[in-house]
Design a protein around this ligand. Structure first.
Ligand code: FAD
Ligand code: S2G
Ligand code: ZN
Length: 478
C-alpha cells in the first residue's frame, strides 16, 4: 500500500519531488534538535492543485500528512512522528507572489514564501510588511499563519492573524477553499479564515494568503536602555504608550543572564550595558512624521524616564545600521542559548501588570527546585509575552538537566502562569510539546468544542494527528 502511495505521489509531483530515506533528513528533525521523526516520504508539491491531489491520494490510502513550511517551529508540530508512516507535505516550493494591489494595500502570495523574502518584496513595492521574528530567514508565511506567529512588532501591528485578509486552503478531503479576497469587512457566515489561522496544520493546509501591507514609516527610532527592575520596565512601557501613542512599534525586555550568553558566544556584538542592571529594554518607535519630530518625541520620553529613574542608562541608535545591530543582539538570544546547550523553553503570556510578581515568584521557586539553575528571561514585554527559558547550572550537563528537570520546571512555570491569569502558549502554539498540558489549562467546554471542530473538518484524523489535541480516533502516541 505504501509503495503504491509513493508511486501515486510521484505521478502527481514528479519523482524528484518525492524524497525518501536519507534525503528526508532536513524535514524530520525539529529546529531545537530535540525531537527526531521518521517520514514515509517527503512530498513537495508545486501548486495548489498538486496539494489537493496529494491530500486525496493520502486520504484514500489513510496515510496522515504533516504540513511543513520552514521547520522553525518550536513545539514539535512540524515534523513527523517516529513511526515512518506519515507523509511530510512541504510547501517550500510554492513561493510565488500572485498579486500586489497597491491601492488596496494588499499582496497575495503562496504559503511557501519565506518571510524575509516577503518583507523585501513588499518593501520594493514601497510598503511595509511588519511581521518580524528571529527565524524570518527561513520560516514561511504558511507556517506563520498556521502558528499565528507574533514576533517583535505585535505591540503595534498585531499577530499574523491581524495581518491576513484572505486564505486559500486545501481541506482534509482534498477540496480547495478559495477565500483569497482582500476585504477588510466581510460578515458572511462563520469566520473560516480565523479558524484555519493558528490551527497548526490540523484543520487544513494553507496554500496562499492575501496579506495587508502598511505605509513605510518616515522615521524609525530605536533605543537600548538599562532598567533596574521589571516594575521599572513596566512603568517605562506605560510612559512610552502615553508619550508615543500608536508610534510605539516594539518593546522587548532581556534579563542579564540572557545577555550574558549573547556576550559569551558572540562577543563581537558588543552587548551594551548588560552588566549594569538586572534588565535591559530595547524599544522602537516609527512615525509618519519627520525624523526630527520623531526624534524629539523619543528624546522627551527618555529624558522623562531618566528623571523618574525608570531608566539608569540609555542610548538612541544614531542610524539604521546601529538600530539593526541592537536588534541583532536581541534576536541572537535564542542562538546563544542553543550554543550554550539544549535548554527548556517557555513561551508564555500574562497581563503585563502581573509579570513582575510572576517572575519574582517563579525565579524563587525554580532556584529552590534546582539550585544554580540559569533563568534566561526575555521577550516581547510590550504584549505581555515572555520567553521564560531555563539553562542547566553553569558547568553541569545540559542534556541531563533537561532530562531530569524539564517536566518539573514546566509544572512550576505553567502553574504560576495560570495562577496569574496567563497563557501557556503566547505565540509558538501547542504542537505535540504542550498537547498534554493543554487539558490542565483549558476548560472542558473549550476542549470539547475544539475536538468537535477537529472531528468536523478532519474526521479521518489525517492532518497532523496528535498535534494540539490528542486524536479521538486513537489514543496513540503523539
Ligand atoms: P513550520 O515549523 O514548518 O510549521 C509550524 C506549524 O505550522 C506546524 O504545526 C506545521 O504543521 C504547520 N504548518 C506549516 N506550514 C503550513 C501550511 N502551509 N498550512 C498549514 N499548516 C502549516 N515564533 C514567533 O511567533 N515569534 C518569534 O519571535 C519567534 N522567534 C523565533 C526565533 C527562532 C530563532 C526560531 C528558530 C523560531 C522562532 N519562532 C518564533 C518560532 C517559529 O519561527 C514560528 O512558529 C514560525 O511561524 C514557524 O514557521 P515555519 O514556516 O517554520 O513553520
Ligand atoms: C523570540 C524565540 C524562541 C525562544 O526570539 O522571540 O520567540 O524561546 C522567541 O528562544
Ligand atoms: Zn518570541
Amino acid at each position: 500500500m505504501q509503495t503504491q502511495l509513493i508511486a501515486a505521489l510521484q505521478r502527481i509531483v514528479g519523482d524528484n519531488n518525492v524524497l525518501v530515506g536519507d534525503a528526508t533528513a532536513d524535514y524530520v528533525t525539529d529546529w531545537r534538535q530535540r525531537t527526531h521523526g521518521q517520514a514515509l516520504c517527503v512530498v513537495r508539491p508545486g501548486s495548489t492543485q498538486q496539494v489537493a491531489e496529494v491530500v486525496q491520494a493520502c486520504a484514500q490510502a489513510q496515510v496522515a500528512i504533516v504540513p511543513q513550511g520552514g521547520n522553525t517551529g518550536l513545539v514539535e508540530g512540524s515534523i513527523p512522528q517516529a513511526t515512518g508512516e506519515q507523509v511530510v507535505l512541504s510547501l517550500r516550493r510554492m513561493a510565488a507572489v500572485r498579486a500586489i494591489d497597491p491601492h488596496n494595500m494588499t499582496i497575495t502570495v503562496e504559503a511557501g514564501v519565506v518571510l524575509q523574502n516577503l518583507q523585501k518584496t513588499v518593501d520594493e513595492a514601497g510598503f511595509l510588511f511588519p511581521l518580524s521574528l528571529g527565524a524570518e530567514g527561513s520560516c514561511t508565511i504558511g507556517g506563520n499563519l498556521a502558528t499565528n506567529a507574533g514576533g517583535t512588532q505585535v505591540v503595534r501591528y498585531g499577530n499574523a492573524r491581524d495581518l491576513c485578509l484572505g486564505l486559500e486552503v486545501v481541506t482534509a478531503d482534498g477540496q480547495v477553499w478559495e477565500g483569497l479576497h482582500g476585504l477588510r469587512k466581510d460578515n458572511t457566515g462563520y469566520d473560516l479564515r480565523n479558524l484555519f489561522i493558528g490551527s497548526e496544520g490540523t484543520l487544513g493546509i494553507i496554500t496562499a494568503a492575501t496579506l495587508r501591507m502598511f505605509p513605510q514609516p518616515a522615521a524609525q527610532l530605536t533605543a537600548w536602555t538599562a532598567v533596574a527592575s521589571l516594575e521599572a520596565a513596566n512603568a517605562l512601557l506605560a510612559l512610552a504608550h502615553t508619550q508615543l501613542g500608536a508610534a510605539l512599534t516594539g518593546f522587548e525586555v532581556m534579563n542579564q543572564q540572557a545577555l550574558q550568553l549573547v556576550d559569551k558566544h558572540y562577543p563581537h556584538l558588543r552587548v551594551p550595558m548588560w552588566q549594569q542592571t538586572p534588565f535591559c529594554v530595547l524599544l522602537e518607535a516609527s512615525d509618519s512624521e519627520s525624523e526630527s519630530h520623531a526624534r524629539a518625541a523619543f528624546e522627551r520620553l527618555l529624558e522623562a524616564a531618566m528623571e523618574q529613574e525608570l531608566v539608569v542608562d540609555a542610548i538612541i541608535a544614531e542610524n539604521l545600521k546601529q538600530a539593526h545591530d541592537l536588534w541583532h543582539i536581541r534576536e541572537s538570544i535564542t542562538l546563544a542559548q542553543a550554543a550554550e546547550g539544549v535548554n527548556v523553553k517557555h513561551d508564555v503570556s500574562l497581563p503585563v501588570s502581573r509579570i513582575p510578581a510572576f517572575v519574582a515568584q517563579t525565579d524563587a521557586a525554580l532556584q529552590a527546585l534546582v539550585p544554580g539553575i540559569r533563568l534566561v528571561n526575555f521577550g516581547h514585554l510590550g504584549d505581555g509575552n515572555l520567553h521564560y527559558n531555563t539553562q542547566a547550572p553553569e558547568g553541569s550537563d545540559a542534556a541531563a538537566f533537561v532530562a531530569q528537570f524539564e517536566d518539573a520546571v514546566g509544572e512550576v512555570v505553567y502553574q504560576a502562569v495560570h495562577q496569574h491569569g496567563g497563557s501557556i502558549s503566547a505565540e509558538h502554539g501547542i504542537g505535540a510539546l504542550k498537547r498534554d498540558k493543554l487539558p490542565h489549562y483549558k476548560s472542558p467546554v473549550a476542549l470539547e468544542l475544539m475536538q468537535r471542530i477537529k472531528q468536523a473538518l478532519d474526521p479521518q484524523q489525517l492532518l497532523n494527528p496528535h498535534r494540539v489535541l490528542r486524536s479521538r480516533a486513537s489514543g496513540g502516541e503523539g
